[in-house]
Design a protein around this ligand. Structure first.
Ligand code: ADE
Length: 257
Protein backbone atom coordinates (compact mmCIF):
# COMPACT_ATOMS: atom_id res chain seq x y z
CA UNK A 1 0.00 0.00 0.00
CA UNK A 2 1.11 3.52 -0.70
CA UNK A 3 0.18 6.18 1.91
CA UNK A 4 0.79 9.90 1.39
CA UNK A 5 -0.09 12.91 3.53
CA UNK A 6 -0.35 16.61 2.78
CA UNK A 7 0.21 18.85 5.80
CA UNK A 8 1.75 22.16 6.89
CA UNK A 9 3.87 20.22 9.41
CA UNK A 10 5.00 17.24 7.30
CA UNK A 11 7.99 16.59 9.57
CA UNK A 12 5.79 15.19 12.36
CA UNK A 13 5.05 11.92 10.55
CA UNK A 14 8.52 10.49 9.98
CA UNK A 15 9.52 9.58 13.56
CA UNK A 16 6.34 7.61 14.12
CA UNK A 17 6.04 5.82 10.80
CA UNK A 18 9.73 4.86 10.89
CA UNK A 19 9.62 3.34 14.38
CA UNK A 20 8.69 -0.06 15.72
CA UNK A 21 6.10 -2.10 13.81
CA UNK A 22 5.39 0.57 11.18
CA UNK A 23 9.11 1.09 10.58
CA UNK A 24 9.63 -2.64 10.13
CA UNK A 25 6.61 -2.90 7.83
CA UNK A 26 7.98 -0.06 5.68
CA UNK A 27 11.37 -1.76 5.43
CA UNK A 28 9.65 -5.03 4.52
CA UNK A 29 7.84 -3.26 1.66
CA UNK A 30 4.38 -3.70 3.23
CA UNK A 31 3.65 0.00 2.72
CA UNK A 32 5.39 3.23 1.82
CA UNK A 33 4.76 6.60 3.44
CA UNK A 34 5.48 10.06 2.13
CA UNK A 35 4.50 13.45 3.61
CA UNK A 36 4.33 16.64 1.55
CA UNK A 37 4.48 20.25 2.71
CA UNK A 38 1.32 22.06 1.61
CA UNK A 39 3.36 25.27 1.28
CA UNK A 40 5.04 23.79 -1.79
CA UNK A 41 1.84 24.63 -3.63
CA UNK A 42 1.71 28.32 -2.63
CA UNK A 43 2.88 31.06 -4.97
CA UNK A 44 3.48 34.09 -2.73
CA UNK A 45 6.60 35.13 -0.89
CA UNK A 46 5.12 34.26 2.51
CA UNK A 47 3.89 30.84 1.32
CA UNK A 48 0.43 31.66 2.67
CA UNK A 49 -1.94 28.76 3.28
CA UNK A 50 -4.60 30.54 5.38
CA UNK A 51 -6.91 33.54 5.25
CA UNK A 52 -9.66 35.21 7.31
CA UNK A 53 -13.20 33.79 7.10
CA UNK A 54 -15.85 35.59 5.04
CA UNK A 55 -18.60 36.78 7.36
CA UNK A 56 -16.09 37.48 10.13
CA UNK A 57 -15.26 35.45 13.20
CA UNK A 58 -12.31 34.13 15.10
CA UNK A 59 -9.24 32.53 13.60
CA UNK A 60 -8.04 31.70 10.14
CA UNK A 61 -9.17 29.21 7.53
CA UNK A 62 -7.09 27.16 5.13
CA UNK A 63 -7.34 28.57 1.62
CA UNK A 64 -8.70 26.26 -1.08
CA UNK A 65 -6.13 26.93 -3.86
CA UNK A 66 -3.00 25.24 -2.37
CA UNK A 67 -5.10 22.26 -1.25
CA UNK A 68 -6.60 21.77 -4.72
CA UNK A 69 -3.21 22.11 -6.39
CA UNK A 70 -1.52 19.78 -3.92
CA UNK A 71 -4.14 17.04 -4.15
CA UNK A 72 -4.26 17.23 -7.96
CA UNK A 73 -0.48 17.29 -8.31
CA UNK A 74 0.25 14.47 -5.84
CA UNK A 75 -2.61 12.35 -7.26
CA UNK A 76 -1.18 12.62 -10.78
CA UNK A 77 2.26 11.33 -9.70
CA UNK A 78 1.06 7.74 -9.95
CA UNK A 79 -1.22 5.93 -12.38
CA UNK A 80 -3.29 4.63 -9.45
CA UNK A 81 -5.74 7.32 -8.36
CA UNK A 82 -5.57 7.70 -4.56
CA UNK A 83 -8.48 7.33 -2.19
CA UNK A 84 -8.51 10.86 -0.71
CA UNK A 85 -9.25 11.19 3.01
CA UNK A 86 -9.71 14.52 4.79
CA UNK A 87 -9.77 14.82 8.59
CA UNK A 88 -12.27 16.85 10.58
CA UNK A 89 -14.35 16.49 13.75
CA UNK A 90 -17.32 16.72 11.32
CA UNK A 91 -16.28 13.47 9.60
CA UNK A 92 -17.41 9.86 9.96
CA UNK A 93 -16.16 8.44 13.28
CA UNK A 94 -13.05 6.29 12.78
CA UNK A 95 -13.66 2.67 13.78
CA UNK A 96 -12.02 -0.71 13.17
CA UNK A 97 -14.56 -1.28 10.37
CA UNK A 98 -13.34 1.92 8.63
CA UNK A 99 -9.72 0.80 9.13
CA UNK A 100 -10.54 -2.56 7.52
CA UNK A 101 -12.22 -0.87 4.57
CA UNK A 102 -9.28 1.53 4.05
CA UNK A 103 -6.78 -1.33 4.34
CA UNK A 104 -8.16 -2.70 1.03
CA UNK A 105 -7.15 0.46 -0.91
CA UNK A 106 -4.00 0.47 -2.98
CA UNK A 107 -3.23 4.14 -2.44
CA UNK A 108 -4.37 6.53 0.31
CA UNK A 109 -3.87 10.29 0.28
CA UNK A 110 -4.46 12.05 3.61
CA UNK A 111 -5.14 15.79 3.72
CA UNK A 112 -4.56 17.31 7.15
CA UNK A 113 -6.20 20.59 8.09
CA UNK A 114 -4.84 23.09 10.59
CA UNK A 115 -6.01 26.47 11.91
CA UNK A 116 -9.73 26.84 12.59
CA UNK A 117 -10.78 24.75 9.63
CA UNK A 118 -10.82 24.68 5.87
CA UNK A 119 -12.65 26.50 3.14
CA UNK A 120 -15.69 24.27 2.58
CA UNK A 121 -14.96 23.93 -1.14
CA UNK A 122 -11.77 21.99 -0.40
CA UNK A 123 -13.89 19.09 0.89
CA UNK A 124 -15.16 18.46 -2.67
CA UNK A 125 -11.76 16.78 -3.21
CA UNK A 126 -12.42 14.22 -0.48
CA UNK A 127 -13.60 10.68 -1.12
CA UNK A 128 -14.38 10.66 2.58
CA UNK A 129 -13.96 12.76 5.71
CA UNK A 130 -12.90 10.97 8.88
CA UNK A 131 -13.08 12.09 12.51
CA UNK A 132 -10.83 10.58 15.15
CA UNK A 133 -13.46 11.24 17.80
CA UNK A 134 -15.70 13.80 19.43
CA UNK A 135 -13.02 16.25 20.46
CA UNK A 136 -11.09 19.00 18.71
CA UNK A 137 -7.43 18.56 17.80
CA UNK A 138 -5.27 21.42 16.53
CA UNK A 139 -4.93 19.60 13.22
CA UNK A 140 -5.54 16.42 11.29
CA UNK A 141 -2.00 15.05 11.62
CA UNK A 142 -2.66 12.94 14.73
CA UNK A 143 -5.78 11.58 13.06
CA UNK A 144 -3.77 10.72 9.92
CA UNK A 145 -1.18 8.93 12.06
CA UNK A 146 -3.83 7.02 13.99
CA UNK A 147 -5.48 5.92 10.75
CA UNK A 148 -2.10 4.99 9.24
CA UNK A 149 -1.26 2.88 12.28
CA UNK A 150 -4.63 1.11 12.46
CA UNK A 151 -4.66 0.44 8.69
CA UNK A 152 -1.05 -0.72 8.30
CA UNK A 153 -1.27 -3.30 11.09
CA UNK A 154 -4.08 -4.96 9.11
CA UNK A 155 -1.93 -5.39 6.00
CA UNK A 156 -0.53 -8.86 5.31
CA UNK A 157 3.02 -9.11 6.65
CA UNK A 158 2.81 -6.03 8.91
CA UNK A 159 2.67 -7.96 12.16
CA UNK A 160 5.22 -10.71 12.72
CA UNK A 161 2.49 -13.09 13.81
CA UNK A 162 -0.24 -13.15 11.14
CA UNK A 163 -2.78 -14.28 13.71
CA UNK A 164 -2.43 -11.42 16.12
CA UNK A 165 -4.63 -8.93 14.22
CA UNK A 166 -7.42 -11.52 14.19
CA UNK A 167 -7.40 -12.04 17.91
CA UNK A 168 -7.74 -8.60 19.41
CA UNK A 169 -10.25 -5.98 20.45
CA UNK A 170 -12.92 -5.24 17.81
CA UNK A 171 -11.78 -7.99 15.42
CA UNK A 172 -15.01 -9.80 16.32
CA UNK A 173 -16.89 -6.67 17.39
CA UNK A 174 -16.07 -7.26 21.08
CA UNK A 175 -13.39 -5.96 23.42
CA UNK A 176 -10.43 -8.26 23.83
CA UNK A 177 -10.31 -10.70 26.77
CA UNK A 178 -8.16 -10.06 29.85
CA UNK A 179 -4.55 -11.25 29.46
CA UNK A 180 -1.81 -12.17 31.91
CA UNK A 181 1.86 -13.05 31.88
CA UNK A 182 4.26 -14.17 34.63
CA UNK A 183 4.28 -14.08 37.64
CA UNK A 184 1.16 -16.18 38.35
CA UNK A 185 0.71 -14.24 41.58
CA UNK A 186 1.64 -10.58 41.92
CA UNK A 187 0.98 -8.47 45.03
CA UNK A 188 -1.80 -10.83 46.04
CA UNK A 189 -3.47 -10.77 42.60
CA UNK A 190 -3.73 -14.23 41.02
CA UNK A 191 -3.98 -15.16 37.36
CA UNK A 192 -7.24 -17.11 36.81
CA UNK A 193 -6.58 -20.84 37.43
CA UNK A 194 -7.96 -21.93 34.06
CA UNK A 195 -5.22 -20.04 32.17
CA UNK A 196 -2.59 -22.16 33.96
CA UNK A 197 -4.43 -25.43 33.28
CA UNK A 198 -3.14 -26.16 29.76
CA UNK A 199 -6.73 -27.06 28.75
CA UNK A 200 -7.05 -25.16 25.44
CA UNK A 201 -10.80 -25.70 25.18
CA UNK A 202 -11.38 -24.31 28.67
CA UNK A 203 -9.00 -21.39 27.99
CA UNK A 204 -10.92 -20.58 24.77
CA UNK A 205 -14.25 -20.62 26.62
CA UNK A 206 -12.86 -18.45 29.46
CA UNK A 207 -11.49 -15.93 26.95
CA UNK A 208 -14.78 -15.68 25.07
CA UNK A 209 -16.61 -15.14 28.36
CA UNK A 210 -14.02 -12.55 29.43
CA UNK A 211 -14.62 -10.68 26.14
CA UNK A 212 -18.37 -10.79 26.67
CA UNK A 213 -18.12 -9.69 30.31
CA UNK A 214 -15.86 -6.77 29.50
CA UNK A 215 -17.88 -5.64 26.54
CA UNK A 216 -21.13 -5.86 28.50
CA UNK A 217 -19.58 -3.91 31.39
CA UNK A 218 -17.54 -1.30 29.52
CA UNK A 219 -19.10 -0.99 26.05
CA UNK A 220 -22.67 -2.31 26.08
CA UNK A 221 -23.23 -0.28 22.86
CA UNK A 222 -21.09 -2.85 20.97
CA UNK A 223 -23.18 -5.87 22.00
CA UNK A 224 -26.12 -5.48 19.61
CA UNK A 225 -23.95 -5.64 16.47
CA UNK A 226 -21.49 -8.31 17.69
CA UNK A 227 -23.22 -11.37 16.18
CA UNK A 228 -23.60 -13.42 19.38
CA UNK A 229 -25.06 -16.93 19.67
CA UNK A 230 -28.32 -17.52 21.57
CA UNK A 231 -26.46 -18.78 24.66
CA UNK A 232 -24.02 -15.87 24.55
CA UNK A 233 -26.95 -13.44 24.42
CA UNK A 234 -28.41 -15.10 27.51
CA UNK A 235 -25.04 -14.83 29.27
CA UNK A 236 -24.73 -11.14 28.36
CA UNK A 237 -28.28 -10.44 29.60
CA UNK A 238 -27.31 -12.06 32.91
CA UNK A 239 -24.05 -10.10 33.07
CA UNK A 240 -25.85 -6.82 32.40
CA UNK A 241 -28.29 -7.66 35.23
CA UNK A 242 -25.37 -8.36 37.59
CA UNK A 243 -23.74 -5.17 36.42
CA UNK A 244 -26.85 -3.15 37.33
CA UNK A 245 -26.94 -4.75 40.79
CA UNK A 246 -23.30 -3.95 41.47
CA UNK A 247 -23.41 -0.46 39.91
CA UNK A 248 -21.09 2.01 41.57
CA UNK A 249 -18.52 -0.56 42.65
CA UNK A 250 -15.80 0.88 40.48
CA UNK A 251 -14.33 0.21 37.06
CA UNK A 252 -14.17 -3.12 35.27
CA UNK A 253 -10.47 -3.13 34.47
CA UNK A 254 -8.08 -5.33 36.40
CA UNK A 255 -10.89 -7.42 37.83
CA UNK A 256 -10.45 -10.56 35.76
CA UNK A 257 -13.48 -9.69 33.64
N1 ADE B 1 -9.00 17.76 13.23
C1 ADE B 1 -9.29 18.41 14.37
N2 ADE B 1 -9.98 17.63 15.21
C2 ADE B 1 -10.12 16.42 14.58
C3 ADE B 1 -10.73 15.18 14.93
N3 ADE B 1 -11.36 15.01 16.10
N4 ADE B 1 -10.68 14.19 14.05
C4 ADE B 1 -10.07 14.36 12.85
N5 ADE B 1 -9.48 15.49 12.47
C5 ADE B 1 -9.49 16.52 13.32
Amino acid sequence: MRIEAISVIPQVFEPYVSSSILGRAQKAGVFSFEAYDLREWTHDRHRTVDDAPFGGGQGMLMKPEPIFEAVEDVSARDAVRPHVVFFSPCGTPFTQAVAERLSKKERLLFVCGRYEGMDERAYTLADEVVSLGDYVLTGGELAALAVTDAVVRLLPGALGDEMSALDESFSDGLLEYAQYTRPAEFRGMCVPEVLLSGDHGAVGRWRRESSLRRTAALRPDLISSAGLSESERALVARLLEEEKESAGEGGAHGQAL
